[in-house]
Design a protein. Structure first.
Length: 337
């Protein structure tokens, strides 16, 4: 097997990054694994909070020697080897995991969904993310996202009521809220979530800092809205730490290290009665298509990452009228443009 990797920079669509403070680019690293004339594609998306950079990913990938493995279908052996090279580096590991699953799926001519023995299921809605911005820009973003039946709204800056009120002046679609650990006052959280009662809120993601377990548990007991762990859970090892404090977990390939670990997390979450949000970073259709292969067990999807960019170099899973239409191509379901 031959591993190739190279940095790439995603250009964000201006219509969704109206604020002058918004980042206009996102760095990623793309991977390819070739075997017997077939190529599997992967990707590492690098949001700052994960602590990975293009440089750190490339450094990690440079340590990998896949030539020692003769059979790509020895997935567990190969991925255990990759995982043991260094701790963390989960996005880098995800890029290998995704490319290997794509490669072996193509070699078998089956989708990754079939590899995990998941039912096809019906197409599901994805949320579309409305980032923190001025009230006028938020209204414009909501208008531009009119095809979506669920909105994900970033809060935690201090003008949360104004943002939700502005959105409700524009649309009545269900809203999921992502606070990104932004609430640091429990009385504020209690008062605001009481106010949210009649605002058609699906769930609240990571309202408090990840180490505020008791505060999260108390809020969970007070409200009917589910509370979902995001930054507080990366891999299956974290689930036991959060299971008593949250209603569910946000699983992302870049946090978990890829499809294998994300699927394991889904199984554990289901056994514990936790809700599953299948999420993403800003990614190409490579990462989004890979994640979509695991969509059937999820309660909610947040797979809008590829819609935010101008320079996608893959075609795969599509979003049509707010629905995730999973590609029928083998592997993760992508073609390189």
């Amino acid at each position: 097997m031959i591993l190739k990797y190279y940095p790439y920079t995603l250009q964000l669509k201006e219509v969704f990054t109206l604020s002058s403070n918004s980042r206009s680019t996102t760095p990623i690293v793309l991977t390819e694994i070739e075997h017997d004339g077939i190529t599997g594609y992967g990707e590492a998306s690098l949001p700052p909070y994960l602590g990975e950079t293009q440089e750190s990913v490339i450094k990690f990938l440079s340590k990998i020697n896949l030539n020692q493995f003769k059979d790509p279908f020895d997935l567990d052996e190969i991925l255990n080897y990759v995982d043991a090279i260094d701790e963390d580096n989960n996005a880098a590991k995800a890029s290998i995991d995704i490319a290997l699953h794509d490669l072996t799926g193509k070699m078998k001519n089956i989708s990754c969904r079939e590899m995990f023995n998941l039912k096809e299921g019906k197409s599901k809605l994805t949320s579309f993310t409305i980032g923190i911005d001025s009230i006028n820009n938020i209204k414009r973003k909501v208008e531009n996202a009119s095809e979506f039946k669920i909105l994900k709204v970033k809060l935690g800056r201090g003008d949360d009521k104004e943002i939700i009120s502005a959105i409700r002046e524009t649309t009545n679609v269900p809203i999921s809220i992502d606070v990104n650990q932004g609430w640091r006052d429990t009385n504020y959280a209690y008062e605001f979530t009481d106010w949210l009662t009649d605002k058609n809120i699906l769930f609240i993601e990571q309202p408090f800092p990840v180490d505020w377990f008791d505060e999260t548990a108390q809020l969970k007991e007070r409200i009917l809205i589910p509370i979902i762990a995001d930054e507080a859970v990366k891999t299956n090892k974290d689930i036991n730490n959060v299971k008593d404090y949250y209603s569910g977990i946000n699983i992302k390939l870049m946090k978990s290290g890829g499809l294998r670990e994300a699927y394991k997390m889904m199984i554990i979450a289901k056994q514990l009665g936790l809700k599953i949000l299948l999420g993403c970073m800003t990614e190409t259709s490579c990462g989004i298509s890979a994640a979509s292969q695991l969509s059937s067990p999820a309660d909610w999807l947040d797979l809008d990452g590829a819609l935010l960019i101008n320079n996608d170099i893959f075609e795969g899973t599509k979003i049509v009228n707010g629905e995730v239409v999973v590609s029928n191509l083998p592997g993760i379901g992508v073609n390189k443009i």
